[in-house]
Design a binder for this molecule. Sequence first.
Ligand code: PLP
Length: 362
Amino acid sequence: MAGQKKPWVETPLLESTALSRAAGCRVFLKLETLQPSGSFKSRGIGHYLQRALVRSASPDTVHFYSSSGGNAGLACVYAARALGRPATVVVPLSTSAFMIAKLRAAGAAEVLQFGKSWSEADAHLREVVMLEEARVGGRVEEAVYVPPFDHPDIWEGNASLMEEVGLQLRRDGGGDEPPDAVICSVGGGGLFNGVVQGLDRLGWSGTPVLAVETQGAESLGASLRRGKHVTLPGITSLAKSLGATRVCDRAYENGQRANVTSVVLSDAEAAMGCWRLADDERMLVEMACGVNVALCYDGRLERVLARRLTKESKVVVVLCGGSNVTVGMVVEWRTRFGGVERAMPKMRDVPSAETAPNGVAT
Ligand SMILES: *Cc1c(COP(=O)(O)O)cnc(C)c1O
């Protein structure tokens, strides 16, 4: 088909000096925040779209539909553009003007607002918008629904991230040994499933994986704790990209593996991860990603791994990214949640430890 590009890019694996000093081991950041859509979702959803076109009998009539006003919607629009096909997004009325502007700027064919909640927007998309008979060049369009996380093609695309990490560690001085831990956050579990699948493919199935959520969005943590697959009554965390009330079946299964540890941090800690990453590594990410970074500070990593790390230990942080963040939001979080940082000991050689939580150099 004309005008096709790969919907995602290979991202660098950066050994962070600042985070390594803070964590007391080698910290490698997988920079998924550099994906065209701003998050790793370009991989999974990009791969899903590619497969859908391969499977279609008439790929040049395919029109993609997403009901996510977040990073999944953005990934769908960017990937559809890269593959030369249109994408329509239906989002709930609560979606911020900022994200709607991003979806439009990314090149959505249409962004429609409907309903009070995501489920209302999603139902409207499936039961009304997708059923309207749209025509292109006299031919009926083939409407393809794009789910945010629960599909094997999505996990397969996300797994490419871990396979890259394997190559990059070997090539760039990280050695042949698997990392001592991989840190990734969990919403519906599409990223986590991809990480587990990628590790299996590398022959690193026993590598400890820290599956991180925020309090109020801990759908995996709650299920593992109760020993049954539960649905949360609602989402109270500010980390909206982790806000799936129920993880997909495969994520619940993967969560029960012996090498997987569920970790739940507060919104305050997730926010701290965002401003520390901005100060220490000059990168802007959502709370859904900052929560992974937060584990590198103040002994949290050794606590959750329940063992000592040495300067040679290697930890890979999946810097999943996210577009729903501005400098203003991070400043607001620091004002509101600064206490979590003031409670931490200052560390020499960690840049932001020399700035007070109000941003004034001390
Ligand atoms: C979607 C998302 C997650 C969670 O991914 P799932 O596949 O839903 O578990 C984490 N971080 C960011 C930035 C996201 O956009």
